[in-house]
Design a protein. Structure first.
Length: 301
């Protein structure tokens, strides 16, 4: 798989270098349909290919306009994740992802937002250069009526190209202010700023997307008791419906392949049936996927 990922990255870079948006979008879409994971594409293909474009800009071989176009093309590729990847069971948890004040680069935060969404999070991505006071008001329902109604479980602060002196002050000040929120979300600092000593004031630090997702998984496990049985069953039903439709099967076809009654399959998809482990194994085997794909989704492995 590492060889395929490297090959995809080279092809992605060539498409971005040549200004071929259609090829870049097609490359990512076809890889997803072959089973290459969104995380692997993000870390091993899209991010490094764009980094090479940035290096060529820094060396004067590409214009600022070309680098900006390449970034927006990568954004379009990332938006394709949702149409190709079966989302994990909704967790009933909310994440706010924001770039630190002064941070103009938002692609890393945008990609991480999509990866969190695929893992079942409800995600509010606030974009680049989010003012500190506005961010604090947004995650604190007591300070602004337009803030999310439900509490925020995870706050992600992303930073890459900040001026170090001012960036360090902004990060330290923001982390100190978050400590006073009630209820207080878990805080993750992501990107290059995660290596700063000031980032130690957060609950977690992640330089890579995979590190960030591991931290998010820990947070979701700590809050798992908030998710009710009906919510779990509804998530399984939605995912089962998506997997069946992806294969072009009717409920009757899946029932026959799994040796279950069609009304049982219908109740499962509507979230009205509490399935046995044996029934879930039968359905997974019939669909040619893992039990985890049915229960958690492909991002839940």
């Amino acid at each position: 798989m590492a060889t395929e990922t490297h090959s995809l990255m080279e092809q992605m870079f060539k498409a971005l270098r040549a200004g071929d948006e259609a090829q870049a979008v097609t490359l990512v879409g076809e890889a997803l349909r072959r089973g290459v994971g969104a995380l692997e594409l993000s870390e091993g293909v899209i991010a490094p290919a764009l980094a090479r474009v940035g290096a060529e800009w820094a060396e004067g071989r590409l214009s600022v306009a070309h680098e900006h176009w390449a970034t927006q093309t990568c954004v379009r590729c990332v938006h394709g994740f949702r149409s190709e990847v079966v989302r994990a069971t909704p967790l009933g948890l909310r994440a706010v992802v924001a770039c630190l004040p002064g941070e103009a680069h938002d692609l890393g935060g945008r990609i991480f937002s999509e990866l969190l969404y695929l893992q079942g999070w409800e995600v509010h991505f606030l974009g680049a250069n989010t003012p500190a006071e506005d961010l604090l008001a947004y995650v604190d329902p007591q300070r602004a009526p337009m803030a999310p109604v439900k509490p925020v479980d995870l706050l992600v602060l992303a930073g890459k190209g900040l001026a170090e002196a001012s960036g360090r002050r902004e990060l330290a000040s923001l982390l100190a202010a978050v400590q006073g929120l009630a209820p207080r979300p878990a805080v993750l600092v992501g990107g290059q700023v995660a290596t700063w000593v000031e980032a130690q004031g957060a609950d977690g630090q992640a330089v890579s997307f995979s590190e960030g997702l591991r931290f998010a998984c820990q947070v979701s496990e700590e809050r798992a008791e908030r998710t009710s049985l009906p919510e779990h069953l509804a998530g399984i039903g939605k995912r089962l419906h998506q997997l069946r439709r992806q294969r072009g099967w009717s409920q009757a076809a899946l029932a026959e392949a799994s040796q279950l009654d069609r009304t049982y399959i219908s109740a499962l998809e509507r979230g009205k049936q509490n399935p046995t482990l044996g029934a879930l194994v039968r359905v997974a085997e019939a669909l040619g996927c893992s039990l985890s794909d049915v229960v958690l989704g492909p991002q839940g492995h």
